[in-house]
Ligand binder design. Structure first.
Ligand code: ADP
Length: 179
């Protein structure tokens, strides 16, 4: 019986997988600006892991509404009550940032199947670049499944009410930008 089991299961050898630091995870994105959908995911990750680093991509190719520093500051302010959450900017490859941080789990948010297609491709690429980096996917509360930073910016630019979609600090920051 035990021989059959041994034959059926591929043994995990040392070197193929290394022990994971499950204490610290990275939640990367552009966060231009952070929305209540992002905050929902941050809360879920903060409940699951010891430390969550929200990694804000410099994204020089994207014309962002908020500078990198502003995006980091808005997340820090919105998450000030969560002791195990911090926000940091990074440029260059996410896999390099993850290694610098000694974190080997990425958290990503999945809203719909549209996100899945994109995230699946991204995860496959990260795995080729850094095999020990694992990605986990969390879904937000239904009310945020339609929400994106792009929609929030569009609504705000045209004078719509965004109070239900973003933290208060972001509402104020957008008001100043669009004034
Ligand atoms: P990107 O990383 O593509 O620039 P964002 O900065 O907007 O996108 O988002 C960062 C991460 O948060 C991604 O995993 C994205 O799928 C996820 N996300 C964005 N908006 C929401 C939302 N409303 N609910 C859950 N996850 C979200």
């Amino acid at each position: 019986m035990s021989e059959i089991r041994q034959g059926a299961v591929t043994p995990i050898t040392h070197g193929e997988y290394t022990a994971m630091n499950t204490q610290k995870v990275i939640y990367p994105g552009t966060f231009d600006p952070v929305t209540n959908g992002h905050i929902d995911i941050i809360h879920r990750a903060a409940n699951m892991f010891d430390e969550v680093v929200v990694a804000v991509a410099a994204s020089p190719s994207k014309k962002t509404m908020f500078s990198l520093e502003e995006r980091v500051d808005l997340i820090s302010e919105a998450c000030h009550s969560l002791e195990n959450v911090s926000a940091m900017g990074f440029s260059g490859l996410l896999v390099d940032f993850a290694q610098q941080q000694q974190a080997n789990i990425l958290v990503r948010g999945l809203r719909t199947t549209v996100d899945f297609e994109y995230e699946f491709g991204l995860t496959s690429m990260y795995r080729r670049l850094l095999p020990n980096l694992e990605s986990i996917f969390l879904t937000p509360s239904e009310e945020y499944a339609f929400l994106s930073s792009t929609i929030v910016r569009e609504v705000a630019i045209h004078g719509g009410d965004i109070t239900r979609f973003v933290p208060e600090c972001v509402q104020n920051a957008i008001k100043q930008k669009t004034a």
